[in-house]
Design a binder for this molecule. Structure first.
Ligand code: NAD
Length: 485
């Protein structure tokens, strides 16, 4: 099988590739060149309705299929993703603007790992039993929920799409999934791969379209019993308001404004190298990026000088070039949003230490959306710049004297997704890790991921956890059976 990207993408419903019932399409733009290079279905509730019918038809057989059968098919999908690494990586880069080497090294291999991880996971999934001495025995059945909705964002397109779909399918559900309309192509190609891998028709249905039209139709549909969503806090709140009155199960992975806390006793070289990555990887478009850098005052000036110098050396360029460390911002809309945030920072009194501008490249990418790595200082914890997610290559520096002050700054604001702590004092690392209001804490590292660990945020960064057993539990309904002895 060759994975080719047609000009018009189609929905994948009931094992068939079909256009949207409305006949309407949306332009798909390559952000590195600003060229429209395809169109995607502008799906609505009518498309969702037929996808639900297909899923209903497939559910009885899939939910009863043995875990060995599900393992075999999902593992085959993982293998096929690996086999098509090059085509998928190129598609991801053309759609998202991220460097091709990054798609090749991280995004696509992780999509494959997601399928492999949950394929094997379902073979080991077990349930609890509670004995009431000589009175009774309870056991828990964990059954598939039925039809579930998975909605994902544009920053790690296939990586996050599969992070939801794989556990949903492994645990015996049928899925209606929607990738971001900004980066739809690898999700479309995944449909081809699933077909090739022998996933029964209707088990996975992939719909394309906007949030308000297609996404909301998925959330509203009464036959879709659970929603797993990753995206902005704004959309998460809207989804919760629709799903809650219908008592749907909800998993919400939302925005972040993550603190990166640097103490004077840290391992300096490792901290500096990793902090550059946690600030600017994927153009700063990772929900886990450390966008608020908090530095102990004794090393503030040293940090600032070296960090700014190294940020200036980062190569922003054509995502297809191996030398590009930073590629294009995902869209014109997002480019404008980030530039607006930089203007806000200036109005708030922030000093731009480096960056702050859009970049015009030569040649193929002369119309693309590129932004300089940007470092800002002089702003306190209560300003918009330090409270609101920017989701671009923009970080702020703040200094602190004591551990208490570091914690105060770290916990300022409404987000609570992740935090990074740099210190060689293990006791201090443990103390701070326990007190920082974030769901994910890294000590002396960043983005080191074990897929078995609970993943998700506190406060406005989300509800629920993904990963490992948490995901398999989310996608199953627990039923207790009590037998009197
Ligand atoms: P977004 O909320 O605009 O869109 C995410 C997805 O939801 C898209 O598929 C979109 O079409 C859909 N959508 C939008 N409005 C909807 C609605 N009302 N009903 C149903 N679906 C709707 O987010 P984005 O701009 O694509 O992604 C960036 C955001 O995602 C950032 O805030 C980032 O922090 C967050 N994010 C969080 C995590 C995490 O794990 N917590 C991971 C990656 C990204």
């Amino acid at each position: 099988m060759q994975l080719t990207v047609p000009y018009h993408l189609e929905n994948y419903i009931g094992g068939n590739f079909i256009g949207p019932l409305s006949g309407k399409f949306i332009d798909n733009v390559n952000p590195a060149t600003n060229e429209v290079y395809g169109q995607i279905p502008d799906s609505n509730e009518r498309d969702v309705n037929i996808a639900v019918l297909a899923a209903k038809k497939a559910f009885p057989a899939w939910s009863r299929a043995s875990s060995e059968k599900r393992f075999t098919i999902l593992n085959k999908i993982a293998e096929l993703i690996n086999q098509h690494l090059e085509e998928l990586a190129l598609a991801e880069t053309n759609d998202n603007g991220k460097p091709l080497w990054l798609s090749r090294k991280v995004d696509i291999p992780r999509a494959s790992s997601n399928f492999r991880f949950f394929a094997t996971g379902i073979m080991h999934f077990s349930t609890e039993s509670h004995s009431m001495e000589d009175k009774a025995i309870n056991y828990t059945l964990r059954q598939p929920i039925g039809i579930v909705g998975c909605i994902s964002p544009w920053n790690l397109p296939l990586y996050l799409f599969t992070w939801k779909i794989a556990p949903a399918l492994a645990s015996g559900n049928c899925v209606i999934a929607k990738p971001s309309e900004v980066t739809p192509v690898t999700a479309f190609l995944l449909g081809k791969i699933c077909k090739e891998a022998g996933l029964p028709d209707g088990v996975l249905n992939i719909l394309h379209g906007t949030g308000p039209s297609c996404g909301e139709a998925i959330v509203k549909h009464p036959a879709i019993k659970a929603i797993s969503f990753t995206g902005s806090t704004r959309a998460g709140a809207q989804i919760a308001s629709i799903a809650a009155p219908q008592f749907k199960k909800l998993s919400l992975e939302l925005g972040g404004k993550n603190p990166n806390i640097i103490f004077e006793d840290c391992h300096w070289e490792k901290m500096m190298k990793t902090t550059l990555q946690s600030s600017f990887s994927n153009q700063g478009e990772i929900c886990l990026c450390g966008s608020r850098i908090l530095i102990q005052s004794s090393v503030y000036e040293k940090f600032k000088e070296e960090f700014v110098r190294k940020a200036q050396q980062l190569v922003v360029g054509d995502p297809l070039e191996e030398s590009s460390q930073q590629g294009a911002i995902v869209s014109k809309v997002h480019f404008d949003k980030i530039m607006g945030c930089i203007e806000t920072a200036k109005r708030e009194g922030g000093r731009i230490l480096t960056g702050g501008n859009g970049i015009t490249l030569d040649g193929r990418c002369s119309n693309g959306f590129f932004i300089e790595p940007t470092v800002i200082e002089g702003l306190g914890p209560d300003c918009k710049t330090n409270l609101e997610e920017i989701f671009g290559p923009v970080v702020t520096l703040q200094s602190f004297e004591t551990e208490e002050e570091a914690l105060h700054l770290a916990n300022a604001g409404t987000y609570g997704l992740s935090a990074t702590i740099w210190t060689q004092d293990v006791s201090r690392a443990n103390r701070i890790a326990a007190k920082v209001e974030s769901g994910i804490i890294w000590v002396n590292c960043w983005l080191l991921r074990d897929l078995r660990t609970p993943f998700g945020g506190m406060k406005n960064s989300g509800v629920g956890r993904e990963g490992g057993w948490e995901a398999l539990r989310f996608f199953t309904e627990a039923k207790n059976v009590c037998i009197e002895l």
